[in-house]
Write a new protein. Structure first.
Length: 276
């Protein structure tokens, strides 16, 4: 028998109450203190960073427009030379990245607190901090003095600086692994090296690959600036054009650098999808 009773329009349907989770007061206080500390640090840095001069961006925009107009007519008459210099820049970045990865992997393992003892971890971490703290250009100046002008100084500058970066990124990935596969390998009587090779590296390899590709993109951009101090690549040509006020040629070189970085970014994105 079908129920033909019409629903009462005045009847209200009770909706279940939704309880919004509340974090403990101590956790919320830490968040508020963190934001307050950030605001205080920004206010403390206001005068030192001369942030009060931000109004000059609006007051002197005509000067910037006049300067930028010189770059609107790029001159590609020596495009083959610029392209060859860009290829050298990419090669510098490739070798600098490859050396940093090769030597960074053992340093990363030894910098991981869940793998190595603290008396090894802490000194190596401080050494890697020093490598990261010094800019590539400073290293390039040192190697130019040591080995002379040319791309090899740029390779070594990128290698030493990125050694500290890769050791940091790779070791953080190692410290975040699932310990159960390592414990299972240890239970079979394997040594420490076998634990690392078969228990640690397979877990971190996708993340390591992603970090490597990202740093390769960054190193291509960094390698363009190393030419300023004589470390080869398109940076040296770019610096000479800027210093000679040849802005049309500078614009052409900048466009080539941008196109090269875009191509590398697209290629690395495709490789990351394949690896994942």
């Amino acid at each position: 028998m079908t129920d033909t009773t019409a629903p009462d329009p005045n009847r209200t349907i009770a909706t279940p109450s939704v309880t919004v989770p509340q974090h403990p007061l101590s956790r919320r206080m830490r968040g508020w203190i963190g934001w307050l500390l950030l605001i205080v640090l920004l206010a403390w840095s206001w005068n030192a960073a001369e942030m009060f001069r931000v109004s000059a961006l609006l007051a002197d925009w005509r000067n910037m427009a006049e300067f930028g107009a010189a770059f609107l007519a790029p001159d590609f008459h020596d495009w083959d030379t610029y392209l060859a210099d860009m290829v050298v820049t990419v090669q510098i970045a490739l070798w600098g990245t490859a050396l940093a990865v090769f030597f960074g992997i053992p340093f990363a393992i030894l910098c991981s607190s869940n793998i190595a003892p603290v008396w090894i971890v802490q000194p190596l971490r401080r050494m890697m901090d020093a490598c990261r703290a010094i800019n590539e250009i400073v290293f390039a100046l040192m190697f130019v003095v040591a080995v002379g002008l040319g791309p090899f100084a740029g390779v070594m500058a990128l290698f030493v600086h990125n050694l500290g970066i890769f050791a940091k990124l790779f070791s953080e990935a190692v410290e975040a692994i699932d310990p159960r596969p390592v414990e299972g390998i240890r239970a079979t009587g394997a040594g420490r090296l076998q634990e690392v090779i078969f228990g640690v590296i397979p877990q971190v390899m996708p993340l390591w690959s992603s970090f490597t590709l990202y740093r390769l993109e960054t190193n291509v951009r960094s390698a363009t600036t190393l030419g300023i101090v004589g470390a080869g690549g398109i940076g040296q040509t770019l610096y000479e054009s800027i210093r000679s006020f040849h802005y049309a040629e500078t614009a052409a070189q900048v466009i080539i650098v941008i196109l090269a970085v875009i191509a590398i970014d697209m290629a690395s994105a495709r490789i990351r999808k394949i690896l994942v």
